[in-house]
Structures are given as structure tokens and as C-alpha cells.
Design a protein around this ligand. Sequence first.
Ligand SMILES: [Zn+2]
Length: 74
Amino acid sequence: MAYHHRPGDEGEVQVRHVQPYQAVKTYRCPGCDHEIRPGEGHEVVVPVAAPDLRRHWHSGCWSRAVRRRGDRRS
Ligand SMILES: [Zn+2]
């Protein structure tokens, strides 16, 4: 399942939820600079204009970032 929204500077992004069983590698979350461990559900954020620049975020960190950007815009 995927959806689109426009959080701000990186333009339109596509966000995919990664289920715990799909998380098989360790990633670093750009929101908190901590590791996302294998087996941990998280979000993959893919800029539509630059799919190579996708980042893996903790679900909580991403929703906080979206809220921050929303506040700034309103
Ligand atoms: Zn995080």
C-alpha cells in the first residue's frame, strides 16, 4: 500500500510501510539518527523525482516530521 503527499522541500514523495517481516537490513533513520533494526516495521520515503534518494524512517519519526512540515506551512 502506498500513498502520496507533499511534505515540503523534497517535493512529492511516495511513502511505503515496511512490515516487520520485510525489514531484513539495518538502516539509519534520518529523523533521529538511530538505527532501524531488522524486524522493525518502518517507512520507506521515496522522492518521486529522485527514487534513488529513498530513505528509511522510523514510523514515529516520519509522522513527527510530517507534522512539523505541516505546521510550518500553515
Ligand atoms: Zn527515527
